[in-house]
Design a binder for this molecule. Structure first.
Ligand code: THG
Length: 281
């Protein structure tokens, strides 16, 4: 199963036999006051620099989330997309749950973007999937629905099936759906880890679609977040996740290590190259 996304010039392919794709998560104002302020003031230099830094750190795709109190996402998201298309060649991941903002961004996007995300909620399925179809986009399907965030693997898997089925009914190719089994704060529920990992394994064997994960969610509220995130990333890749929404600067080395150990980096080329680059800086 291969999912193709494109930016202004770059093409990125997500698939089992390929290196894990890294979606840079930093352009997201939640928990980042400096970025929230810059977005409100229309200070695009801050956003440009964050995008460039992530590409420099090895991000393959750049997530764009501009949702913060007091901004109009339907105006701001397409603006951010225009700015980023003029700054990086990487494909963009349009991160919003607001259908109007997504549509406005899709209208200006040049290429085949990743929409982040549709969920199993009725309203989300009804509003987002038609956009995916109309704009020929790819989409992350979040394993949560009207009953709220899933506690066990069973519910995650059944929501994933529902999203894939509904997308198929609209004629969206299965390779354009990327399932996110949803990682959440392990500090709030110390039993949540195995449920997510089990769900990932089942989605891989039952649906065979590509899978994404926002790994940094696991460490909210705990110390030494990077260590936890990176441990989780390795397990998630082992279980079947093919792209990660994470901080490239902090997690790329461990992702490259996992890829090498799983036979996805012939002659350790990517691993060694990244090591050399870090040591030249
Ligand atoms: N799945 C999908 N998309 C997602 C998520 C997911 N998008 C958003 C989020 N989860 C992934 N992105 C982030 C971005 C930042 C942080 C965590 C996840 C984060 N930020 C620090 C904080 O809030 O404390 C602040 C960082 C800083 O600026 O220093 O942890 O799961 N499909």
């Amino acid at each position: 199963m291969e999912t193709r996304v494109t930016g202004t010039t770059n093409e990125v392919i997500i698939g089992d036999d390929r290196p894990t794709v890294l979606i840079g998560e930093r352009i997201n104002p939640s928990g980042n006051k400096r970025l929230a302020k810059a977005l409100k003031e229309g200070n695009w230099d801050v956003v440009r620099n964050m995008a460039l830094a992530q590409v420099q750190a090895g991000a393959d795709v750049i997530d764009v989330n501009v949702s913060t109190f007091g901004v109009d996402e339907a105006t701001l998201l397409p603006e951010a997309v225009q700015v980023l298309m003029g700054t990086v060649d990487a494909p963009l991941c349009l991160d919003s749950d607001n259908p109007a903002a997504l549509e406005a961004a899709l209208k200006v996007y040049k290429g085949k973007p990743l929409i982040n995300s549709v969920s199993g909620e009725r309203e989300s399925l009804e509003k987002i999937l038609p956009l995916v179809k109309e704009y020929g986009a790819t989409v992350i399907g979040l394993a949560q629905d009207d009953e709220g965030p899933p506690k066990d693997s069973e519910r995650r898997v059944s929501i994933a099936h529902r999203i894939v089925t509904q997308a198929g009914a609209l004629g969206i190719p299965r390779e354009d759906i990327i399932i996110d089994c949803l990682a959440f704060a392990i500090g709030a529920d110390t039993g949540a880890g195995p449920q997510v990992i089990r769900a990932i394994s089942r989605v891989k064997s039952e649906l065979g679609v590509n899978q994404a994960l926002g790994a940094s969610n696991v460490s909210f509220g705990l110390p030494d977040r990077d260590t936890l995130n990176n441990a989780f990333i390795v397990m998630a890749i082992g279980a079947g996740v093919t792209c990660l929404i994470t901080d490239a600067a902090k997690s790329r080395p461990v992702i490259l290590a996992a890829d090498l150990l799983l036979g996805r980096d012939r002659f350790a080329r990517r691993y060694v190259e990244a090591y050399r680059q870090r040591n030249q800086e």
